[in-house]
Design a protein. Structure first.
Length: 401
């Protein structure tokens, strides 16, 4: 036996990228399980609106009719029935799609990671609307890519600013959440989507269009995907998820991409996890075949409309004078900005002590952080709980104006 004094230590871990606000985000999300805290922090769909009985029936049916297939290894590209069902939904919604255009992933987050793996190398430039989805920033950081922020407003990414970034930084990739953006809840105007497609065609960058919330519209008319623009069809990867429409515990997402890119992501997925859960895919396919998801989403959208309206109605009497906030037409989030001098990160500990939580906005910024911002998710709570949570938040903010 080698004496301890002669043992050579194993190699050190690779240093992870510095992810601003990571500990605060982890702590805030952990609060979603605490019964004494009303948490507006996590982007959780409403648990009571998940169609658990019919999901149970779908699992029962696949396990009784074809247990050998449902519990066996499967193809890396995903359950054929599930891909067919998703392709049909996309086609009905105005984006002609074949099952072979799709790759089933373990949540849309894996789809983003696969794209980052296949497209980015250290030093490559990724342009993002600012602020943007925090986990996307984390994903890009792990590749060593350089993230360049592009200003956004109520209508989405500012095209003139994007033109300047494209001319100076020459991004390889543009990442967007155009519909009910996480964290702001805002939606990119159709005219800007067309301009983004034009710029991508003229300058040769790819687009990742992340759309986990698009089917949660409770006001206004849908805006066509960037992927549906002819100029962007050969360079846009569209990401979607069943987490917000069926159940997050399924951990099922999908990637729609041009053939060469989809095949590259398929090879990356084979190396990563071989395939997503066979039984969960089979149950999701069975659920979509046996039940009307659109009818179910009618009640989900109605509930989210009421919950969003409750939060928006309460904010004027809670936030300090001079505050502003978004007014989303769907999705799960409201983005608030407090006047200069406020720091929502510093206030979070006091908020938790009062039994309420939110996400400070600073970590969502790829550029200089705005410490006065916060993300509030209304989806998971009934109106009366939202009222109580906002009341607790008022106690935290009292005297800070």
């Amino acid at each position: 036996m080698t004496p301890p004094s002669a043992r050579v230590p194993p190699p050190a871990l690779v240093e992870p990228p510095v992810l601003a606000g990571g500990s605060a985000i982890h702590e805030a999300l952990a609060l979603t399980g605490r019964p004494d805290v009303i948490s507006f922090a996590g982007g959780l769909p409403a648990t009571e609106l998940i169609d658990a009985d019919n999901l149970r029936a779908a699992y029962d049916r696949v396990l009784s009719e074809s247990p050998g297939r449902a519990l066996q290894y499967a193809g890396s590209d995903g359950d054929p029935g599930l891909r067919a069902a998703i392709a049909a939904r996309l086609s009905r919604q105005g984006l002609p799609t074949r099952p072979d255009d799709l790759l089933i992933t373990t949540g849309a987050q894996q789809a983003l990671a696969l794209l980052a793996t296949t497209l980015l190398r250290p030093g490559d430039v990724v342009a993002v609307e600012d602020p943007t989805y925090l986990a996307a920033l984390q994903c890009f950081a792990y590749t060593g890519a350089r993230v360049v922020p592009v200003p956004s407003d109520d209508g989405g990414i500012v095209v003139e600013a994007l033109e300047r970034v494209v001319a100076t930084a020459r991004p390889k990739l543009l990442y967007l959440v155009p519909t009910f953006r996480n964290p702001t809840g805002q939606t990119m105007a159709g005219s800007r989507r067309r301009e983004v497609a034009r710029l991508a065609a003229e300058h040769g960058f790819r687009i990742v269009e992340d759309d986990p919330y698009g089917e949660l519209r409770f006001r206004g008319a849908p805006v066509p995907w960037i992927a549906a623009q002819p100029e962007a069809a050969d360079r846009t990867a569209l990401l979607g998820s069943l987490s917000k429409t069926i159940a997050p515990g399924l951990r099922l997402g999908w990637l729609r991409a041009p053939g060469t890119l989809r095949r590259a992501c398929l090879l990356a997925k084979q190396a990563l996890d071989l395939h997503s859960s066979t039984v969960d895919q089979a149950a999701a396919a069975r659920y979509l075949a046996d039940h009307d998801l659109d009818a179910h989403l009618v009640s989900v959208r109605a509930a989210y409309r009421e919950r969003c309206a409750t939060l928006l109605a309460a904010l004027p009497r809670v936030l300090p004078a001079g505050s502003t906030w978004s007014r989303p037409d769907g999705g799960m989030f409201v983005w608030a900005r407090l006047p200069a001098g406020h720091d929502t990160g510093a206030l979070l500990r006091d908020a938790v002590a009062k039994g309420v939580a939110y996400l400070p906005g600073a970590p969502f910024h790829a550029g200089p952080a705005d410490p006065g911002t916060m993300r509030l998710s209304f989806a998971a709570h009934r109106p009366e709980v939202i009222e109580e949570g906002v009341g607790r938040l008022a106690d935290v903010l009292a005297g800070t104006g």
